[in-house]
Design a protein around this ligand. Sequence first.
Ligand SMILES: Nc1ncnc2c1ncn2[C@@H]1O[C@H](COP(=O)(O)OP(=O)(O)OP(=O)(O)O)[C@@H](O)[C@H]1O
Ligand SMILES: [Mg+2]
Length: 363
Amino acid sequence: MTARLQTIAISKHYDSVTALSATDLEVRDGEFLTLLGPSGSGKTTLLQILAGLVEPSGGRLLINGKDATHAAAGDRGIGMVFQSYALFPHLSVWENIAYPLRMRKMDKAAMASAVKDALEMVQMGSYAHRLPRELSGGQQQRIALARCFVYKPSVILLDEPLGALDKKLREHMQSEIRSLHKDLGATFIYVTHDQEEALNLSDRICLMNQSKIEQIGTPQDLYDKPATAFSAQFIGYSNLLSGRVEKHAGDDNIRLCNARFSVPIHVPEHVPVHSLLPLDKTPGADDISLVIRPEEARLSSVDDAYVKGTVREVVFAGSDFRVLVDIGEKQPFLLRCGRRDAPAPGDTVGVTWNPAHTAVVTC
Ligand SMILES: Nc1ncnc2c1ncn2[C@@H]1O[C@H](COP(=O)(O)OP(=O)(O)OP(=O)(O)O)[C@@H](O)[C@H]1O
Ligand SMILES: [Mg+2]
């Protein structure tokens, strides 16, 4: 199937600043793709290149398989919602939403009906005659969404559209955006630096870091199979153990070792064992990390443990306790445990896990 949008080595430089390194990305028809990443990682730049608001320094953009690298923004069939609502302050809500239709010279009756539908879609039917300044932030954002949806673009780009809203309203608008995506059947590309929002909304997440795509996949893929230490730490909480990979005669396992532990590494079937052994790397370099999610680890007796240490902190978290264990690494090890099993600060404890429920990443 032809990708709805495809970039081929598309890039953007501002003098000596690389805003976007050469990037290959395919966006599927009708999907909800989120660009997630820290500030300055190139999310807005990529979105602006797709929209035609920024000229790329190199590479190509295909829309439905056709070259659109230099197509005018208005000819791309792409709608955009910005972080600042960018409503016209002197126009009523109704006129704001009608604006893109007037630009397209739609006839009056069709326009009135389209504006009415768009207002109802965002549940703002009774606000048609107000001015933007007479609305709350969340209401203005809904009008900005309606103004984008009214002309039914088949691709909609949203740059942190909920950034200015408080937590409760954000959650409400997230579910509205999710159902609008379903109703419209359009392709959504959504920018956020909030990982929870990305996990909630997306079919796929494109994780960006330092002007590059770090990893792309379903939310579950990124959580369960982080490819790098950055992915593991940006999505959810991760315990990272770093060390050398070793294989000893007479031991079926390959192991991750440092001065404090030697733990088995589970090698997934599709990964050749030799790819994990740092044969071509500096001997002894700490270049592999094991990712153990807090929910996959449990307390055990010291004798059976993969790692051991001293309990630093036990925090009541409602249904369970969060336990931080000093294991002699940079970060304490975080795990959760039931109310009855909670240790006390200062206790010496062991920690264990199922090696099959861990991931190996490069640092
Ligand atoms: N017009 C510009 N001139 C110079 N540098 C720019 C320009 N626009 C962006 N940059 C730089 O390019 C990099 C990527 O910026 P971009 O706005 O794409 O990041 P972002 O991921 O959207 O960040 P944020 O989450 O803060 O919005 C940053 O280092 C930024 O300073
Ligand atoms: Mg941005």
